[in-house]
Design a protein around this ligand. Sequence first.
Ligand code: 16G
Ligand code: ZN
Length: 557
Amino acid sequence: SSLRVVYAFAREMHPKTTDVFIQYGTAGFRTKASLLEHVVYRMGLLAVIRSRVKNGRTIGMMITASHNLEPDNGVKLIDPEGEMLEESWEAIATRLANVSDNDLESTTAEVIKEVNADMGLKASVFIGMDTRYTSPRLAAAAVHGVMALKGTAKEFGIVTTPILHYCVRCRNDNTYGTPTEEGQFIMNHNHPYGEQMPDGPKSSRMETCYYEKIVGAFKNIRAKLPVHGSYNTTLYVDGANGVGGKKLNIIKKSLDGELDLVLYNLGGNGGKLNLNCGADFVKVSQKPPVGVEHAPFQRVASLDGDGDRIVYYYLDDKNQMNLLDGDKIATLLASYITELLKACEVTELKLGLVQTAYANGASTRYITDDLKVPVSCVKTGVKHLHHAALSYDIGVYFEANGHGTVVYSELAKRTIRKIAQEGEPEQRKAAQLLVNFIDITNETVGDAISDLFLVETVLCARGLSARAWMTAYTDLPCRQLKVTVQDRNVISTADAERTCTSPEGLQSKVDELVAGYKSGRAFVRPSGTEDVVRVYAEAETQEFADQLATEVAQAVY
Ligand code: 16G
Ligand code: ZN
């Protein structure tokens, strides 16, 4: 059949040239870019199958390796609601990625049968990529995979990961917005033998596109809340030489003094992607990034390479690093939402916070004792946090590394919108702010750009400088290390990765070491993205945290 010809042809173009086993991990497939072409092609096939299982709804494919260095790349699938691929499909993805070229056709047929996909349905896949030089080639492989199974591919070009998540969500739920960035170039690949996709949603439509929605809502709030106190409208940004900074450069033009963005590390001047810069570097090394000019106490927002993480920091007058990480952001947002809910006199909505084992112990104590907000701890990886956050009417989730967002239930949105229209004047005012706050939020996934505008909103509303924000609570000094072992999978964990269940004896050793330190806490977990074991420790002083981390690392080794 014609399908068979296209399929064989496309496969020839993206043959499997390596026998290295690859696994769909916490954030999809991620490895050296040179090992990925056949994987991405096959994920194109899988995206079509997934779309058909979801009744033709749109699936997303993002080509990125996030905060990893330039030689790496990766691919992950996005489900119709804009969420991460359903976990039960990860094994299918892994299987399809690893079969030989000879077995690819039969395995694909098996998968189609197993998941009961109706291959007569149309299928739609949105494809986006980060700024890596290997990304266009991989995006092309994705398109070929999609077309081989008669799906329709729409290429978004270079976008942040969260923008693609947002567009997928909008395509499947047009009440959320229009699935485009503003004025961007979109290429449609309608399969010659397949059903033509009805013209995609047009950017000329009245609904708000990504930038308009976020920036519009931000400006709305600014118009209601004047700048005051120690808040300063200048914000420095470390773009990690990736896509996030580039997008902020577009947004910058539509801001009229509400926020003065000073952008660094936009990828020019030989700046290398994520190299000694970006959110992950800043958080893990606790050092300022290269490529950014610093002024004492000037707040800086540091993004990661694909724009789904953000941390803030400032250097003080002694050039000391003061980090405002995901925990600080989560507590800032949660406390502001709580304040607005109180002003709305809403008591029926339950707000909760979700963290991982990496959350600083001081933040967890602050949330419980001072904010008096319920807090839960889940395994590392956005999908786990996102899922747990959905159990609250308003769920705030953040990893300490700066990945997070807020999710609002339909009930929460309905309740708040109603008060914004019908409440008493004071209630109405607070509810209207909340409505705008919700619109700034990208609820599909953590989004550095959306988070940046949320943080700036709260700081401005409260008249806070970064220094004042810092005083909410004092972080316990902490240290992260990685240990290379022969097989990281010999380590298994329970209790949201806070306890090692194997190898035998390791946890009691860790307990013993921790007991020797005041305010000590430590855990060991196998990485989901790299072939290493990670160690985290915190203690009363930096020296003790470093020492504890080293001792625990030795126990692993
Ligand atoms: C991925 C995850 C991130 C997690 C990190 C942990 C997503 C989108 N990203 O980057 O949330 O913190 O992996 O990496 O889920 P690790 O398992 O190597 O420590
Ligand atoms: Zn990222």
